[in-house]
Design a protein around this ligand. Structure first.
Ligand SMILES: Nc1ncnc2c1ncn2[C@@H]1O[C@H](COP(=O)(O)OP(=O)(O)OP(=O)(O)O)[C@@H](O)[C@H]1O
Length: 737
């Protein structure tokens, strides 16, 4: 009933996969044709299971492949290949439907086809008519008892088309002789069940003739005079089913429909009290994937979740029936309605409808893996001729990149960065790398920011010089040379206390001791007795302490000198909140005293009081001025003292120099970071495209930090990638903290 004319809307990983398949449809199409030839030849690619008589009671599985629509054929290709026959109820060989997945290898260049075979009782190709499906499924057994036909599959794959065709054929096929029929039509949406018959105009008419009463299953039903009337009632009822436009289909059935019809005798009892004739036809709502729902509003998404939940419950029941465990039939309204057939009552046929489009291959795999007969063959085939054109220019905005393009950019940019870094490392390796850190220039409250590999973890003997495991970015030492990075080795350390006017800095001397001036150098020939790892680290720790101590002392002295220089200004009246707080209550007291004097002694008394207040204020002002002069003298003395302290601290800081020598080691060479799993296709979440890449790494705030993690802590490579990505994205990169 639906009309699948809307273009397929894709997003995220599916966009990349579908586009790649479309771009290379000739190559992949040839892969599918070659496989079909193999199927039609003598050598079967995989053994087909045999259906045995003992399995007679199990539900039969029929697969129907719909034709590729014209709009699909313009860009996609057919990935379904049928093998075997259409005998639904017989024994012997099963049939198979093969789904070909057009794939791209991890090198993002090599294309190959993966063929997955699913077994069924019968497989109908795109050329098969609904009449053929009907004959195979219902032609004979309809006469013999209760049969349930369930149509299952992706939205837009042909469930309603198949069931509507079957219902049409039944109009002719059912016995036309006079005899009453009981018919019911229910719509199931989530856990809500609606009677479609009584919602239809026809139902109102026929209710008068036949009357409405519950069927044997308890569902409201109609009694009608003939099979043709029963079919008409179902056709009318089906028109009242809810349909909506989905991402893949213009008139998708968003609910399940359960139609039931059975002949009854003159008392209205089902003729099959013993060998009951009853036909239940179920048109399930199409299963949707997230990509089919991208354009749905909230209500539609909720509806899709309910559909998927009830389908999962149905699949669980089918699986339970197959394995003989207890049915979870009470979970949803749908499974409660179908409890009888699910528990093994009568015959059951599952018609799985599948779309042949290359864009729907994964959907077909999903449908078939839920309904197929046990056993499945997966054939991994070799490469198909041709490979993805990696020399094609990348789209200008990373947002438009496919996952393969993300990988191309990542590999090219990080390889270039790594080659540049390693060239610099090689150049510096011979010369050694010496950094001098001066106390006078060292920022206060700053640590060295160097972490070392624990002994034994580094690829070197424990006695070897310590190896850097991490360098905190944006520290003076990280800024001193880009070559100081993970893997670099510490080979020398010397804390020099330059003697200024013969007076060593007090703090440094008391902490570090005289031996500091000797320094340590681990390089061969540079020291008589190599101090080893612990000696070097101890020396570095003492040097770091001396640096931070003098830098902090200098900073404190500078702050104190600044405060001291500003102190006299604080003595101005009312500048200080305490003064102000005192002034206001005093003024209130004075006003009260004036008023009291006027009440008690009249205007003369008040004038006398005013003069007293004025006198008192003058005395206070004089006292205050004297006090302020004294404070200024104190402040000046404090300022002189602070300046002296500052001069001493600055002299001390100038005397401290920490000289560190590094050796860029071979194993510290930069390496091309692995492409994050989400883009290489190795992630369970699927493949990410340019949009996901930008969200993860181009954010000015968090991007660099995420890249450092992705580059396994290699800050320099991460920074290069970050800057290049931000330039492409037109954002301003911010540095990591
Ligand atoms: N075997 C087929 N031959 C020709 N056309 C088909 C076939 N199967 C399906 N179609 C067409 O495909 C479109 C979608 O089919 P249909 O409405 O039956 O899908 P559906 O699986 O019921 O989808 P939904 O679950 O969304 O309701 C319709 O236009 C239908 O005519």
């Amino acid at each position: 009933m639906g009309n699948a004319t809307s273009a397929i809307e894709t997003s995220g990983d599916c966009h990349g996969t579908a586009a790649r398949r479309q771009n290379n449809r000739d190559v992949f199409g040839a892969g599918v044709s070659a496989f079909r030839q193999e199927l039609s030849g003598d050598g079967c690619p995989a053994p087909i299971p045999i259906r045995e008589a003992s399995m007679r009671a199990r539900p039969r599985v029929v697969v129907r492949k719909r034709p590729l629509f014209e709009h699909e054929a313009a860009q996609d290709f057919d990935v379904l290949s049928c093998q075997g026959g259409t005998d639904v109820w017989g024994e012997g060989d099963a049939a198979a439907l093969w789904v070909t997945r057009a794939m791209l290898a991890a090198d993002h260049r090599t294309m190959y086809c993966e063929h997955h075979g699913f077994y069924a009782d019968a497989v109908f190709g795109e050329a098969a008519s609904t009449a053929e499906v009907y004959n195979a499924v219902l032609g004979g057994p309809l006469q013999h008892g209760s049969t349930t036909v369930l149509c299952f599959g992706q939205t837009g794959s042909g469930k309603t088309f198949t069931l509507a065709g079957i219902i049409d054929i039944l109009r002719e096929a059912l016995p036309s002789g006079g005899g009453r029929w009981r018919v019911s039509a229910l719509e199931v949406a989530g856990n809500a069940v609606t009677d479609l018959l009584h919602a239809s105009a026809r139902a109102a008419d026929t209710a008068g003739e036949g009357g409405a009463e519950p069927s044997s299953s308890g569902a409201p039903c109609l009694l009608v005079g003939s099979a043709a009337e029963a079919i008409d009632a179902i056709v009318d009822a089906a028109r009242h089913r809810s349909t909506h436009r989905t991402g893949v289909h213009d008139a998708s059935s968003r609910t399940h429909a359960v139609y039931q019809l059975e002949p009854v005798d003159s008392e209205g009892t089902g003729r099959g009290a013993g060998g009951r004739l009853c036909l239940t036809l179920v048109d399930l709502a199409g299963s949707e994937w997230a990509r089919d729902q991208v354009s749905h509003e909230r209500a539609r998404r909720k509806e899709a979740q309910e559909v998927n939940a009830s389908l999962s419950a149905l699949k669980a029941c089918l699986a339970a029936r197959a394995s003989g465990v207890r049915l979870p039939a009470r979970d949803t309204a749908l499974t409660r309605l179908l409890r009888g057939p699910l528990e093994g009552e009568g015959r059951m046929v599952l018609i799985a409808t599948v779309s042949p489009s290359s864009a729907d291959a994964e959907h077909a795999l999903d449908t078939l893996s839920h309904v197929g007969l046990p056993g499945r063959a997966s054939l991994m085939r070799g490469e198909v001729a041709g490979s993805v054109d990696v020399d094609r220019p990348l789209p200008p905005s990373p947002r438009d990149w496919t996952s393969a393009e993300v990988v191309r950019w990542w590999l090219a940019t990080s390889t270039a960065a790594v080659e540049r870094i390693n060239a610099e490392v090689a150049e510096a390796a011979a010369a050694g790398l010496r950094v001098v850190l001066r106390g006078a220039e060292w920022p206060p409250r700053t640590k060295l920011g160097l972490s070392f590999e624990p002994p034994g973890l580094a690829d070197a003997p424990p006695t070897a010089p310590p190896t850097l495991s991490r360098v905190t970015p944006r520290t003076p030492i990280a800024d001193a040379s880009p070559l100081i990075r993970r893997g670099t080795r510490l080979v020398g350390c010397r804390l020099a206390l330059a003697q200024e006017e013969g007076a060593p800095p007090e703090g440094a001397r008391s902490d570090a001791g005289e031996s500091l001036t000797a320094g340590i150098d681990h390089r061969a020939g540079a020291s008589d007795a190599p101090p080893g790892r612990s000696g070097l680290l101890a020396e570095l720790r003492r040097g770091s302490l001396a640096l931070t101590r003098v830098a902090d002392a200098l900073d404190a002295a500078e702050s104190e000198a600044t405060r001291a220089a500003e102190a006299p200004r604080c003595l101005r009246p009312f500048a200080c909140p305490a003064d102000y707080a005192e002034e206001v209550p005093r003024k209130l007291d004075d006003d009260a005293a004036l008023l009291r004097a006027w009440v008690v002694g009249g205007e003369a008394a008040q004038e006398e009081e005013r003069r007293r207040i004025a006198r008192r204020t003058e005395e206070e002002v004089e006292a205050e001025a004297a006090g302020r002069a004294a404070s200024v003298a104190v402040a000046r003395a404090r300022l002189d003292e602070a300046r002296a302290v500052l001069a001493r601290a600055a002299a001390a800081a100038r005397q401290v120099e920490l000289e560190i020598t590094f050796e860029p080691a071979a194993f510290g060479r930069a390496e091309v970071p692995r492409v994050p799993r989400h883009f290489s296709g190795a992630s369970r979440l699927g493949q990410g495209d340019g949009k996901a890449f930008m969200n993860a790494f181009a954010d000015p705030e968090r991007g660099l930090r995420s890249l450092i993690v992705a580059c396994e802590g290699d800050t320099r490579v991460a920074e290069t990638l970050f800057q290049a990505l931000c330039a492409l994205a037109g954002t301003t990169p911010r540095t990591a903290d």
